[in-house]
Design a protein around this ligand. Sequence first.
Ligand SMILES: *Cc1c(COP(=O)(O)O)cnc(C)c1O
Length: 399
Amino acid sequence: MNMKEYIEEAESALLHTYNRYQIVWDKGDGVYMYDMEGKKYLDFVSGIAVFALGYNNKAYNDALKAQIDKVIHTSNYYYNVPAIEAAKKLQKISGMDRVFFTNSGAEAVEGAIKAARKYAYLKDGTTDHEIIAMEHSFHGRTMGALSVTGNPKYREAFQPMIGNIKFAQMNDFDSVLAQVTDKTCAIMFETVQGEGGIYPATEEFLKKVKALCEERDILLILDEIQCGMGRTGYMYAWQRYGVKPDIMTTAKALGCGIPVGAFLMTEKVAQNSLTAGDHGTTYGGNPLACAAISKVIDLFEEQKVLENVNEVGAYLAGKLDELVVKYDVVKAHRGVGLMQGLECEIPVSEIINKAIEKGLLLINAGTQIIRFIPSLIITKEHVDDMMKILEECLAEVSK
Ligand SMILES: *Cc1c(COP(=O)(O)O)cnc(C)c1O
């Protein structure tokens, strides 16, 4: 079958919940993807901030193959060595105390919400606690995660959501304060909003919310699913300002392609929230997924990934700044490390389609923002190659 025939097959069998680009992938290597007709693409999407270490990373692949030959799955009724190792390494890179492994980001968010509600329940025995989330946030598609996602379009058809969720404005402390009541059990947001358009939480906002949480015994939940795992130049984005959350979610690049996530908490929350029987998962923390996490964390250190993010991220940011000056269609640039956004005056779909034709993968965040979330091992030369194609596209749409 050729690519077109495969796409017809796909559209006759898969539920149509995505308007997909007309590409069927064959393989990936480093920062490049190849479609089944052999066309090569420079990838600045990395499977939506997943493939941090690049495609076809030999050390990673070998670790997974070795684990497959031992055991892929056991059950959470027993211990397994990869899960123990992965949990200890996660403790070390995050500074958090307790880990629960999930299979996705949304499930990590679900767990975080349950932990916060249980914490509040144990304090006062009531069950009408409130969570404050942010407008324009994205936390996933399950009912709980959707309930805290500040995008009414995603929520509308699926009402009712879980109850007692309030929304405030990211980086507007007064808007948060206005929603706080004595029923507030958690305040949650992405340390850098991803899908919402690459909006980093400011240091001031983080610190004020943290102080408020401490004062009122409210839990701070930071969603690090997209911005975590080195993307901002820190293993977790909050580490930049030292504003430690009570509960944190991580996924995407955590497994670098193996579907896995986790929620982590401080010892204080762990001792006063979820306990045996409160939460569970069949697959979560299985040996294959945890062998992936464990290897990913090792490779981050061995390959000096954070240094590369800081260096190449700054270089990319500088280049994107130039575009704001040079092209009228480019309105603004913002971002941290290798999580950058370019806000345009026009819907960016045309720019992205042109880039794909020219062998460059880009993705949007909202209709007017191009998002740059490449693998964390890209070089300045890759940035130059990307910029050359992007500028061609910008020149064409500017005509
Ligand atoms: C992708 C994402 C999620 C959801 O993760 P899934 O693995 O798709 O369920 C949650 N929060 C943020 C910030 C994300 O970027």
